[in-house]
Design a binder for this molecule. Sequence first.
Ligand code: PEP
Ligand code: MN
Length: 259
Amino acid sequence: MFEIGGRRIGGGNFALIAGPCTVESREQLLETARAVKDGGATMLRGGAYKPRTSPYAFQGLGQEGLRLLAEAKAETGMPIVTELMDVRDIEAVAEVADVVQVGARNMQNYTLLSEIGRSGLPVLLKRGLAATLEELLMAAEYVLKEGNEQVILCERGIRTFETAYRFTLDLMAVPTLQRLSHLPVVVDPSHAAGRRDLVGPLSLAAAAVGADGIIVEVHPNPEEAICDGPQQLRLEDFAEYASLVERAAQIAGKAFSNA
Ligand code: PEP
Ligand code: MN
């Protein structure tokens, strides 16, 4: 268990981290931040540096995105979770991030992990698309080894032979990782599913299986989203979604940790 900006995670405390896939504009981010806060989210997510499959796709607003995240934090008081892809951006990201996200594609970027370890910043480490739990835990060790114990593990779906959905959400990873380590384990249903209609049910299952939190994508107008539109929850549906997740978390003995 540890604390991030007054919100606890682990040891019976549940984190609901919500926000857009990527920071697109001031209006989009602030509108989302206010709504997810009112709906019960405990932290705000949003990428300024995006790992995209195609180098020709939008790569994120970068520094401008970080500035907007700082504004959202100042207004709502919510801790910020945002991705760091390149070690050269660590100082800029550290200025606004309360939790640094390491994306699935960078799970085994050992120099990045060691540097984040030395920074002492809390980390949300996503499981690689084809990584075993052992490999995920060893990646976490690169951060822990530097004396940084604030590591959150994240199951976000893995590649299997199934092609009916984007990835296969491995919910068995949750109790298994909790048995193998003392680190909090959160689930990302959005990137596993790739489809909005699966996000609600998968979130309930994740909370019921005992996850320490959920990180979920939400957008005011998913049809216009620059990336991951089909999987982002609609803002107007968020409050009801959050209250259902809260009930499922309660069944597993966990309470939302809001400041
Ligand atoms: C994201 O969180 O927006 C993201 C790109 O996730 P992942 O690294 O799990 O694909
Ligand atoms: Mn995304």
